[in-house]
Design a protein around this ligand. Structure first.
Ligand code: SF4
Ligand SMILES: [Zn+2]
Length: 422
């Protein structure tokens, strides 16, 4: 029996029914515990640290931990009408346009695809309408991500980007596995000319192992060629790593070294502890949580990067993300510009975050590197208090913005609360 920290709501991973969940401290970490009337109890690690440090992290992310719901009645009062099937409550920092669910790879692990889903691909006109709808809703300064599946399987991806650029999006991010970008420098030049500023490149390590595990084949050469072509075309690159225990959690230090060697084209490293939605190996659930990622970064860089350089996101729920910013200084060392410090929550905070992403992830010569990450949620650990302040949202039909974690929520048997891809 653990020590109760607070109550929230989650879902049963078998049937996706909403259930109350207790967040409790045990001797080796913080756990979510919940029970479905039909499918029994579930217990999942959410934070590998003690309660003192966990609550300090939440508090530094701007939460009043004294006011966390201590009873199920308080949870109901706190969340009101918010549900996992509803729309996002907060303004998005970033909106993702799902351009297709086709892909040019067939990975054994994928957040965004589901092999059982029929083909979904909005027409060019539909994409244009969704972009305008998003702009009207999210306002000026909004950031746009072009996602898939794999967005580069669309021949008209340049037209989509060009349309967004002409309609006031100054930051356009292409989320890609890099296969098309590796094939030709000309392709990257066309992306740049169409308005894409930043390539969010899946990059799981500097050895073959994580690629064979995640993509089913070695892709390191493709990733480095894609990066070289982006460099020549003047595109900024963010390396995006799905961190999987015993697969690539020992490569974080080497990824930092690789990023340093490719600055200022590489603007950021974004670490995503593996979550279990979309496509994943069933029956092999391994967790790594944010404090473990931060400790690994410190250990594997021999203290060049320190866990104390990072703060929680203070617009989204603090348990969702961490961020740090560094500058390459004398002796080829990364010097931290940020530290673990208390932030204020502010409903207008999305404006500052949009601006900060533009400042740090757009092409430019300043040798700055952000290191951050987001711990997406799955049916085992999803928490309605986190969904309520979700900052990364999917552009849906009918003027709807859906929190990414509810959008992709997948039950053990592959069912979804939000089926389809938009
Ligand atoms: S996408 Fe998920 S992890 Fe990220 S801010 Fe939204 S709820 Fe949190
Ligand atoms: Zn159930």
């Amino acid at each position: 029996m653990g020590r109760l920290l607070y109550y929230t709501k989650s879902v049963c991973p078998m049937c996706l029914e909403t259930v109350y969940a207790a967040i409790e401290e045990e001797c080796d970490g913080i756990y979510m515990k919940k029970e479905c009337k039909e499918h029994g109890g579930f217990k999942t690690l959410v934070w590998r640290d003690n309660a003192k440090n966990y609550l300090k992290w939440l508090s530094f992310g701007g939460m009043d931990v004294e006011k966390l719901p201590r009873t199920t009645g308080e949870v109901d009062r706190e969340i009101g009408e918010v549900s996992f099937s509803g729309e996002a409550c907060a303004q998005p920092c970033s909106g993702a346009l799902m351009t297709t669910n086709r892909c040019n790879n067939n990975c054994p692990v994928c957040f965004t695809r589901d092999s059982s889903e029929p083909l979904y691909e909005p027409s060019l006109d539909e994409c244009k309408n969704l972009i305008i709808q998003y702009k009207n809703k999210a306002g000026d300064n909004a950031l746009l991500e072009l996602c898939g599946g794999e967005p580069t399987v669309r021949e008209d991806i340049f037209e989509i980007s060009k349309f967004a650029s002409q309609n006031g999006f100054h930051y356009i991010q292409l989320n890609t596995n890099g296969i098309e970008l590796a094939k030709s420098g000309e392709y990257c030049e066309k992306l740049k000319a169409s308005g894409v500023t930043t390539v969010y490149l899946g990059f799981d390590g500097v050895t073959q192992k994580p690629y064979i595990n995640k993509y089913g084949r070695d892709m390191l050469g493709i990733k480095t060629s894609a990066l070289e072509n982006c460099k020549k075309a003047g595109l900024a690159v963010v390396l995006v790593t799905c961190v999987i225990p015993r697969v690539n959690d020992n490569e974080l230090g080497d990824i930092v070294a690789f990023a340093k060697a490719n600055m200022p084209t590489v603007k950021g490293i974004y670490l995503q502890p593996i979550s279990y939605f979309g496509i994943y190996p069933k029956g092999d659930i391994r967790r790594i949580t944010i404090p473990e990622v931060l400790r690994s970064l410190e250990l594997q860089t021999d203290g060049e990067i320190k866990a104390s350089n990072f703060s929680p996101g203070a617009y989204e729920h603090p348990q969702c993300s961490f961020n740090g910013c560094f500058i390459l200084s004398k002796g080829n060392r990364l010097k931290s510009l940020t530290s673990f410090s208390k932030k204020e929550r502010n409903p207008e905070g999305y404006k500052r975050i949009r601006q900060s992403i533009k400042n740090t992830w757009m092409p430019g010569r300043v040798p700055m590197l952000t290191i951050g990450g987001m711990a997406f949620q799955d049916a085992w650990n999803i928490d309605i208090l986190r969904i309520m302040s979700c900052s990364v949202q999917i552009i849906g039909w009918d003027n709807k913005m859906i929190p990414l974690c509810s959008k992709y929520l997948t039950s053990c048997s592959g069912e979804k609360i939000h089926p389809g891809i938009s």
